[in-house]
Design a protein around this ligand. Structure first.
Ligand code: MG
Length: 262
């Protein structure tokens, strides 16, 4: 069953999302050459905890034989698609860094991700990777309205990623979100088979295109650890927001609230 949120509950999720978006802005402002991903992790952790929130990725249980997630955010570099673990290695100019973070505020989750090039702009291919992945999010988000079906979101995301000649990561998906980080339904970035529920006001979805400059297949290089990388070693990107389906259309809850896009 897909949980529906009341207006009051969506207000609480909006507060969680707003705090998370401001945290993302703060972290991105520090993502520069010579800074370690562990430093970024500490900045996010302190930002959220000092404002009464909990970073939801910290200690997230791993699967079979995998340790709980050690960081407060995921920092995925270059060919790492998601679940990169923050460490002491220093960012270099030209690195492609995906930052994924989640917060729990007053019991309500929010989840978002951005990919940036460290130290400025990247190659034309990397700039296409980032721009098309962002565009795919917006195409999907615009379909998140009552009366449409889940697959309308997936199809819109897929069309933009394909149109931009990117590989689509199909082994990982977006998800419903609320009092749990991962709720029903799954939100694939491709036209999937199976149940295709009608969207209703009160649904909240983490829409999150994940794409690559190669074929899109991903691997877990170390079965007992978190990072997920592209099988062909190509660069990857991830763009995610928590989106509420409202009567009059979608609202991005992971927004700073001050008209500044993160
Ligand atoms: Mg997510």
């Amino acid at each position: 069953m897909i949980p529906l949120k009341s207006r009051d509950e969506i207000s609480l999720m909006r507060a969680s999302g707003r705090l998370l978006a401001r945290c993302m802005r703060e972290v991105l402002a520090h993502a520069k050459p010579g800074v370690s991903t562990l430093e970024l992790d500490i900045i996010a952790d302190e930002f959220l905890r000092s404002r009464g929130a909990v970073p939801s990725f910290k200690d997230y249980p791993g699967g079979d034989g995998c340790r709980p997630f050690p960081g407060s955010i995921c920092t995925s570099l270059n060919s790492v698609v998601v679940h990169g673990v923050p460490d002491r290695s220093l960012l270099k100019s030209g690195d492609v860094l995906s930052i994924d973070m989640g917060a729990i505020l007053d019991g309500w989750h929010s989840d978002m991700a951005r990919t940036v090039v460290i130290g400025g702009s990247g190659s034309p291919d990397v700039e296409r990777l980032l721009a098309v992945t962002r565009e795919a999010f917006y195409a999907g988000m615009l379909k998140a309205r009552p009366g449409n079906r889940l697959r309308d979101i997936s199809r819109a995301v897929q069309e933009v990623l394909k149109g931009g000649s990117l590989g689509i990561v199909t082994q990982l998906v977006g998800h419903g979100i609320g009092t749990e980080m991962h709720e029903e339904p799954e939100v694939p970035n491709y036209v999937f088979r199976g149940p295709n529920p009608r969207l209703q006001a009160g649904m909240v979805l983490a829409i999150e295109p994940m794409s690559t400059l190669g074929r899109g297949r991903v691997v877990w290089k170390d079965e007992s650890d978190w990072p997920v990388t592209t099988a062909d070693g190509t660069m990857a990107a991830h763009y995610e927001n928590t989106v509420a389906v409202l009567e009059d259309g979608p609202e991005i809850l992971t927004s700073t609230g001050d008209d500044e896009e993160v």
